[in-house]
Write a protein that binds this ligand. Sequence first.
Ligand SMILES: CC(C)(COP(=O)(O)OP(=O)(O)OC[C@H]1O[C@@H](n2cnc3c(N)ncnc32)[C@H](O)[C@@H]1OP(=O)(O)O)[C@@H](O)C(=O)NCCC(=O)NCCS
Length: 334
Amino acid sequence: MERLNAMITGVGGYVPDDILTNADIEKLVDTSDEWITTRVGIKERRILRGDHLGLSYMGIRAVRQLLEKTATDPKEIEAVICATTTPDYFFPTAASVISYETGCVNALTFDLQAACSGFIYGLETASNYIRTGRYKKVILVAGDKMTSITDYTDRNTAPLFGDGCGALLLEPTTEAFGLMDSILRTEGSGLMHLIMKGGGSAYPSSHETVDQHLHAVYQDGKHVFKYAVSYMADVAAEIVERNGLTNEEIDWVVPHQANKRIIDAAGRRLGVPEEKIMINIHKYGNTSSGSIPLCLWEWEDRLKRGDNLILAAFGAGFVYGALYLKWAYDGKKT
Ligand SMILES: CC(C)(COP(=O)(O)OP(=O)(O)OC[C@H]1O[C@@H](n2cnc3c(N)ncnc32)[C@H](O)[C@@H]1OP(=O)(O)O)[C@@H](O)C(=O)NCCC(=O)NCCS
């Protein structure tokens, strides 16, 4: 049997209209536009406002756009995998909500949680469904409503996060396109350095957990930064080397967007100039699982068939990794 690869055949995306600027953050915590810009690289982020609007609100819009752009009948979709840390509910899954609202009634659905590495873990998982030969059309939705778990009284985390969601269609090919290689790893010593403690089975929701602000992201930024900066660059360099790519052969680097300084370090390590690095952190902040697919969505018109893309991410756990992707089509699907 011929070897099947999983190629991306379309990209959709959604970011909310409402903008939270650094000036807005300055009114909430003791910080400054200058500090946020120079230390993190964010100028503004999007925020999903409105009562009881969850991640699925954005996921539904990203998937509808994807189906329209690829002229796909939702009934043909066989799996919808949603990579998120902020599903609407503990259960049912965001994937089931999104599938229902987009007419993907014949799809198996589940959520996948790998924090800020959700997209790259999701792409490996979705690709494996395609590679079995049994699934022909799989949607990966990836995004987060990070503002729902951000403590706007904590200056260490208040400026960092934003909301957004991307969606991709994956289909089989026997040609050398799609996900070519992946390295996905876990460094469990990170547990207590980047965590939302409250609401799970270890610290079920109570008045106490609310009073202690345990339902928001806690991050020991300095510690996480040290790991993120070396692990993300190292794993990206490792996948490049393993696939015998020279730095000139890398067309695009698509890093998770947690801090511009981490992105710059990865670019330097790979010897790739900034114009080949997709960056959206300045306008969207850290959208967690959404950061990489939103880059692909925005850069779609510049991507060409055969382009070599290196994707890399690092997140809570710590879970991290890098993917090597060969892009399968020219320009933007409309
Ligand atoms: C969070 C992060 C931006 C903080 O930047 P940093 O340069 O490391 O800042 P530090 O935490 O060392 O703090 C430096 C100083 O700035 C202060 N500071 C923290 N947040 C601030 C803010 N919003 N405004 C102004 N000052 C702030 C700190 O209190 C500290 O002051 P001190 O030296 O008097 O104690 C950075 O550590 C980071 O990006 N970490 C990794 C994020 C990541 O990759 N996460 C994983 C994926 S989501």
